[in-house]
Design a protein around this ligand. Structure first.
Ligand SMILES: [Zn+2]
Length: 432
C-alpha cells in the first residue's frame, strides 16, 4: 500500500526540511520526503499547503475503561483522539479496577490493539490509588507501563511518595504527580479569588496545588527520581518548577489547553463545562503559563481529557463532576487562541505535544523522517469550524468551547500509513 501526500508544509524543526514537501508512504513508513516526488500506482492526496505534523502525543487522557464505559471506552476515546489529530495517548490508571496490577494493564493493552490510535498504559503509584501502599511498580513496568500516577488523587503521605520515587528509579519511570493538598482544597469547586467570593462558591486556593508541587520537588531532589507535574495551573507552581529545573532537579510539567485559554471569570454563567480540577485560575496565572510555554520552560501540553456522562455534569456547579472532553478541540484551541495571536509557534507545539512527551515516556519517536512510522496530522489553518459537542466522538459531551467558532481544523489523521480520520468533506469520518 502506497500513499503520496503532495504540497504539505512540514512542521518539524528537528529534521531539516524544505518549506513545502511531498511525502511518500509505503506500508506503515515514510519512505521518501522531497520537494517533488513522482510516483505511479499510488493514491495521491494534494495537501494544498496545509500543515503536516508528526502525529501528536497526548500524555494525559482518561479512557475510563475498564469500569466506567458509560463515560468513555478505549475505542471511543481513541476515536476522539484520531479526530483531534492525536495518534498516541497515555491512559490514566484511575479505572475500575485501578490499573495497579499487570492483569489490568494486559486487559487495556488487549482492548487497545483494536483501537484507532496507540495507547500507552500508565500504572498507579499506590494500590487502588488510595495513597497508602505502593503498587507493584516493578511488575507494572514489566507489563509495559511508561509512568506511574495516582492522577485524580494526590499521594498525600510524603513517606509513601518518597518510597514511590525510590522504587521508580531503577525502572526509569516518571512519577506523574497530581498535586493537590486535599485538606487545603477541602470541598472547593473553583479557584479561590474575586470570583469565588462574588459567585459564592466554595474555593480551592492556588496554594493547595503549590504546597504539593514544592513537596514533590523536595522529594525528587532527595531521591533523584523523574518527577512530572500533571496539569500545572498556577503562576507560583510554575516558578517552583522553573527554580527546581535551574537547580538540576529532574522535573517536567504539563499544562492543559483550557488552563492556557480560560480563567475563573469564565465560570460566571455557572456552566458546569467550566468545572475542572485543578480549577480555571486567575488571569495572572493563565498569562504566566502562556509565557512559560512560549519561553520553552514548560515541557508538555496535555489535555487531561476527562469525559463524564450527561447526568454527572448536569445540576449545580457544586454537585457536577470535575472534567471535560478535550481531545477533539485541543489543536484547534491552541491554534485559535495562541498560534494565531503569536503566543506560540508550530515548532513549539511539536516540542510540547510530540518530542517532549515522547522523551518523558521513553517513546521512540523521530518525527518527519525517512524510516519513521507514518503517523501524521494534517491541519488546515484557514478553515474554521464551530464546536458542537453533540458531534464529538468522545462519549463525554462537555466542553467549555461548545458553540465557539475556532480557526483551524484537523483535516486528516494518518496512523501507521493509513488514513484513520478524514475530514476533507467536513464530515469527520473515522476509518477502520
Ligand atoms: Zn487527569
Amino acid at each position: 500500500m502506497k500513499l503520496l501526500l503532495k504540497n504539505g508544509c512540514p512542521v518539524d524543526s528537528r529534521n531539516e526540511l524544505p518549506e513545502k514537501v511531498d511525502i511518500l508512504i509505503e506500508n506503515n513508513k515514510i519512505v521518501k520526503i522531497a520537494e517533488n516526488i513522482d510516483e505511479n500506482d499510488t493514491e495521491i492526496i494534494n495537501l494544498d499547503g496545509t500543515k503536516v505534523l508528526p502525529g501528536l502525543i497526548d500524555m494525559h487522557v482518561h479512557l475510563r475503561e475498564p469500569g466506567y464505559e458509560e463515560k468513555e471506552t478505549i475505542k471511543t476515546g481513541c476515536e476522539a483522539a484520531a479526530a483531534g489529530g492525536i495518534t498516541t495517548v497515555a491512559a490514566m490508571p484511575n479505572t475500575d479496577p485501578i490499573a495497579d496490577n499487570p492483569a489490568t494493564i494486559e486487559l487495556i493493552k488487549a482492548r487497545a490493539q483494536e483501537a484507532l490510535v496507540d495507547v500507552v498504559p500508565l500504572g498507579s503509584i499506590t494500590k487502588g490509588s488510595s495513597g497508602k501502599e505502593l503498587a507493584e511498580i516493578g511488575f507494572l513496568s514489566r507489563s509495559g507501563v511508561k509512568g506511574v500516577t495516582d492522577d485524580g488523587n494526590p499521594v498525600m503521605d510524603s513517606e509513601v511518595m518518597r518510597r514511590a520515587m525510590e522504587y521508580s528509579r531503577p525502572f526509569d519511570l516518571p512519577i506523574i504527580s497530581h498535586c493537590e493538598d486535599l485538606n487545603l482544597a477541602a470541598e472547593g469547586v473553583m479557584h479561590e479569588g474575586f470570583y469565588s467570593t462574588k459567585l459564592g462558591l466554595k474555593p480551592i486556593p492556588a496554594a493547595a496545588e503549590e504546597v504539593m508541587i514544592a513537596r514533590d520537588i523536595a522529594l525528587a531532589d532527595l531521591t533523584g527520581a523523574r518527577l512530572h507535574i500533571a496539569h500545572l495551573s498556577t503562576a507560583r507552581g510554575f516558578e517552583l518548577v522553573k527554580a527546581a529545573r535551574e537547580n538540576g532537579i529532574k522535573v517536567t510539567a504539563e499544562v492543559t489547553p483550557h488552563h492556557l485559554t480560560l480563567t475563573d471569570a469564565d465560570l460566571q454563567e455557572y456552566n458546569t463545562a467550566m468545572k475542572v480540577n485543578p480549577p480555571l485560575r486567575s488571569v495572572d496565572d493563565r498569562d504566566t503559563l502562556i509565557k512559560a510555554v512560549k519561553d520553552g520552560q514548560l515541557s508538555v501540553i496535555a489535555t487531561d481529557h476527562a469525559p463524564h456522562t450527561y447526568e454527572e455534569k448536569m445540576g449545580t456547579i457544586d454537585s457536577a463532576a470535575f472534567g471535560i472532553s478535550g481531545l477533539e478541540t485541543a489543536l484547534s484551541v491552541l491554534h485559535h487562541y495562541l498560534i494565531r495571536k503569536g503566543n506560540l509557534d508550530w515548532n513549539q507545539i511539536i516540542e510540547l505535544m510530540y518530542y517532549n512527551p515522547a522523551e518523558i515516556l521513553r517513546l521512540d519517536k523521530e518525527g518527519l523522517k525517512i524510516g519513521s512510522i507514518a503517523d501524521l496530522t494534517i491541519f488546515a489553518e484557514n478553515e474554521s469550524w464551530t464546536v458542537d459537542t453533540d458531534k464529538f466522538k468522545s462519549l463525554g459531551k462537555h466542553s467549555p468551547y461548545n458553540g465557539q467558532e475556532l480557526t483551524g481544523t484537523v483535516k486528516l489523521t494518518i496512523k501507521d500509513g493509513k488514513i484513520i480520520y478524514d475530514n476533507r468533506g467536513g464530515q469527520g469520518e473515522l476509518i477502520y
